[in-house]
Write a protein that binds this ligand. Sequence first.
Ligand SMILES: Cc1ncc(COP(=O)(O)O)c(C=O)c1O
Length: 376
Amino acid sequence: MNIPFVDLHAQYLSIKPEIDAAIADVIAQSAYIRGPHVDAFEKAWAATLGMKHCISCANGTDAIYIAMRALKIQPGDEVITTAHTWIATSETITQAGARVVFCDTDEETFTIDPAQIERHITSRTVGIIPVHLYGQPADMDPIMAIARKHKLWVIEDCAQAHLARYKGKLVGTFGDVATYSFYPGKNLGAYGDAGCALTNDDALADWMATFARHGGKGDHVMEGINSRMDGFQGAVLNVKLPHLSAWTKARQHVAAKYDQLLQGLGEVLTPRVGPDREHVYHLYVIRTGHRDALRKHLTTAGVSTVLNYPRALPFYPAYAYLKHSPKDFPVAYANQSRILSLPIYPEMPEQAIEYVASQVEGFFDTSESLLGAAAP
Ligand SMILES: Cc1ncc(COP(=O)(O)O)c(C=O)c1O
């Protein structure tokens, strides 16, 4: 049995007539760059999150960069972010002229550990970028309290967490700016690159919209960048948005079923969800001390898996200049050799979930004698 990691085609087939009509409409209107479909999506997404402004852009990476520029980041400023995320979160800090300061994650949730943020704060710190990684909200109350105490801005990187909630409140509604990615495999995915930034601040919204469109059309009040959402992406997102809630529930169902089927397998830690958080399972990430052997076994059994991510960011060559060692980020470092993302997508058939779980279980049954006493 072959189980893909995600199945975007299955989702397309479930909404094919609507998607085909929406794409045809973009062509009929020649509304290729921004235009009515994108305008409609900006309004709909802002309304979904209860935010005042949604500024669409070309991708989620640009959204973070645009947000930081709007917050008037200066050379030499320092921005704190998590050691365990996709590099878009940190590379944009450097692109914006500031210095990346990594902070370790907590033991349970793969999100930034608020208890460790303050020791990274210096007189040059200007902001914090928590990431709601894998679909689980970061611990926003203490993060916002620290930000208020030290007068720091907060950009929430929500690329993996559409509709996730912390204490009943949607992620993206806590910080100064929220950024989203609509990369095709995301919980709300376009059919190409797309992203946006949201804020309730009128001046920030205006600045971001101007900056992302060459500093103004006809009247260049500044030099900007070219970061626009195209009409096809807006049209696809408009079709998909009404389904997002049901797709989120479907992801949560897959996760609950994995949780149940993998329960009691001593060598596997299933995802832990922090108190008062609603996880939307962009990814379902288990931890085991036998990760590489398990991954090989699953590949042979036809199950696609992914490492999100093979290393914690401070240990990539890109950040060698920061000269970090494993003891600086013990949790993120330990996780990098234990994490394994299992297939998860809303359309995943029950038999596929059961097959994946049975293959994980089978691996530990048959290799029990070979595994020895190593802890997960
Ligand atoms: C945590 C995180 N931040 C930012 C991004 C950047 O989004 P994009 O790929 O749309 O540029 C991603 C997407 O992969 C992500 O997972």
